[in-house]
Design a protein around this ligand. Structure first.
Ligand code: XMP
Length: 516
């Protein structure tokens, strides 16, 4: 395996993902990992990630002495990225100092000399930088193999020690040939085996969770979305009926959703699933509420109460319930950190870390290291059906934040019908998978129309379809006119209560994906 030593960069998981894309097994370790832990594995190469610290700062993190000794004894190749390169300089006697100015963004790197991990690159390549400190002197035994206008040493190598340092980030897509550099290291230099598959990830998880849980019980909420489905299938394969899945119908799910999820998870996947129909409770509490954040808080709070009750029931019937399964993905982890940070709360995402500490459940998060498309790949490897694997994300508060203004049972029903037609049409036109998220929104305005010979005065619905890779930014989907026409005709003809359909053409930012 390739060991990635994490110095706290926001891209460390992206490095792991790039390595997995080469079908090479890798693991992410703390930068302070000890030799004895690493020695439990056959390490083919080590990557030192970037990080927010400065190497000479007091208290800044450094690789353990024992690990350096192991690297030397076994001749393990090392690649240092950003802070990782500065760590090489710190250890092998180079000189790092704060740059005059921070370098951030795309930069042209000129390659110099012959560099083993730059094979296949041109003499000038765009690479993505994000750093304050820079290298002023190369460490002994290293030579320069790349520079930019702003920095003399952005890439260094020591062929004898099999060590490379890069100031830029090869793992981000903004470095177009970055993955070639990583591949040259991971496969070219380290000769790492390329037989790892997503299915192996499942097997490793199943084995480790069996050890962790012992004969205990695990509870987990499922929504029918791909993340909770994949997590639930994994857990079911690991511990069978000692995994208790709970589906809470808050009355704001898609049309017939709870019936469909019950069939899929209970009948098709054999998951021990209980469904709590709490529609009346949720809709009762939402009556008269129009403020979006208030809706989220009500739904989040009520959900927790119900979930807690279900956990108590499981404890009563099984004697214990110590673990909680969550389908948190890596981007959720990043996003929820930034949501908690000094930046303004834009929206409270209630399903990330939303359960109270008083529940004292130990978290199990099998998907925490994965990105959405990797979860889908894992879903396919687990044999989950295609429509489930490709489902668009659906927010925890559901249709409550898509019925703008007050949420009433009638308005939810109107929206469910419109939304269902939209999704049917997208599959029919074979574009569902080209879109990251598609939904209908019921606006709190009425418009005049004419139907037959009569005047109508009904609701307006807006269709929102976006393309995006990470949901941090999004563009509206360029929808073919015939498809627009078909969606609009069907909604207006088939859904009582809607007489006008609009298409949302805003980007994120400045708009968000959801309307509330
Ligand atoms: P926004 O509207 O923030 O949406 O641009 C980005 C993504 O997040 C989803 N979203 C939520 N998901 N609970 C969730 O589980 C929420 O409260 C929530 N709000 C937005 C949204 O559907 C989109 O995929």
């Amino acid at each position: 395996q390739v060991a990635i030593l994490d110095f706290g960069s926001q891209y460390s998981h992206l490095i792991a993902r790039r390595v997995r894309e080469m079908n090479v097994y890798c693991e992410l370790y703390s930068c302070l990992v000890t030799r004895s832990i690493l020695e439990e594995h056959k390490i083919t190469g080590i990557i030192l990630s970037g990080g927010p610290s400065s190497v000479y700062e007091e208290g800044s993190p450094h690789v353990e002495k024992g690990v350096w000794e192991m690297i030397k004894e076994k001749g393990i190749p090392v690649l240092g990225i950003c802070y990782g390169m500065q760590e090489l300089a710190f250890v092998f006697g180079g000189c790092v100092a704060p740059g005059q100015e921070r370098e951030y963004g795309k930069t042209t790197m000129k390659t110099t000399g012959s560099c083993k991990i730059f094979e296949g690159l041109d003499s000038e390549e765009i690479m993505w930088m994000s750093h304050g400190d820079k290298l002023h002197e190369v460490p002994e035994g290293f030579t320069k193999c790349g520079s930019t206008d702003n920095a003399e040493f952005v890439a260094i190598q020591n062929l004898e020690k099999k060590m490379w340092g890069l100031q830029f980030h090869p793992e981000v897509t903004h470095s177009p040939k970055g993955s070639i550099v990583l591949k040259n290291f991971v496969i070219g230099v380290c000769s790492s085996p390329t037989d790892w598959k997503m299915k192996d990830y499942a097997e490793e998880f199943i084995e480790s969770v069996r050890k962790q849980v012992g004969d205990g019980h695990v509870i987990g909420a499922v929504s029918g979305g791909v993340d909770s489905t994949v997590a639930a299938v994994l857990m079911n394969r690991a511990i069978g009926d000692r995994f208790h899945a709970v589906l809470v119908d808050n009355g704001c799910l898609r049309l017939n959703e709870s019936t469909k999820v019950l069939k899929r998870l209970r009948e098709d996947c054999g998951i021990n699933l209980r469904c709590v129909n709490a529609s009346e409770l949720f809709l009762g509490k939402l009556a008269g509420v129009t403020e979006p954040e208030k809706k989220r808080k009500i739904i989040g709070g009520t959900f927790i109460d119900i979930f807690q009750e279900e956990a108590n029931k499981i404890i009563e019937s099984s004697g214990a319930c110590d673990f909680l399964l969550q389908g948190t993905l890596y981007p959720d982890v990043i996003e929820s950190i930034s949501y908690k940070g000094p930046s303004a709360t834009i929206k409270t995402h209630h399903n990330v870390g939303g359960l109270p500490a008083s529940m004292k459940l130990k978290l199990i998060e099998p998907l925490r290291e994965l990105f959405k498309d990797e979860v889908r790949e894992l879903g396919v490897a687990l044999g989950i059906d295609e429509p489930s694997v490709w489902r668009h994300p659906f927010p925890g508060p559901g249709l409550a934040i898509r019925v703008l203004g007050e949420v009433t049972p009638d308005r939810v029903k109107i929206l469910q019908e419109a939304d269902d037609i939209l999704i049917q049409e997208l599959w029919k036109f074979n574009v569902y998978r080209d879109i990251a998220q598609a939904f209908a929104v019921l606006l709190p305005v009425k418009s005049v129309g004419v139907m037959g010979d009569g005047r109508t005065y009904e609701n307006v619905c807006s269709i929102r379809c976006v393309t995006t890779t990470d949901f941090m930014t999004a563009e509206f989907y360029r929808m073919p006119y015939e498809l627009m026409e078909s969606i609009s005709n069907r909604i207006i003809n088939e859904v009582r209560g809607i007489n006008r359909v609009c298409y949302d053409i805003s980007s994120k930012p400045p708009a968000t994906v959801e309307w509330e």
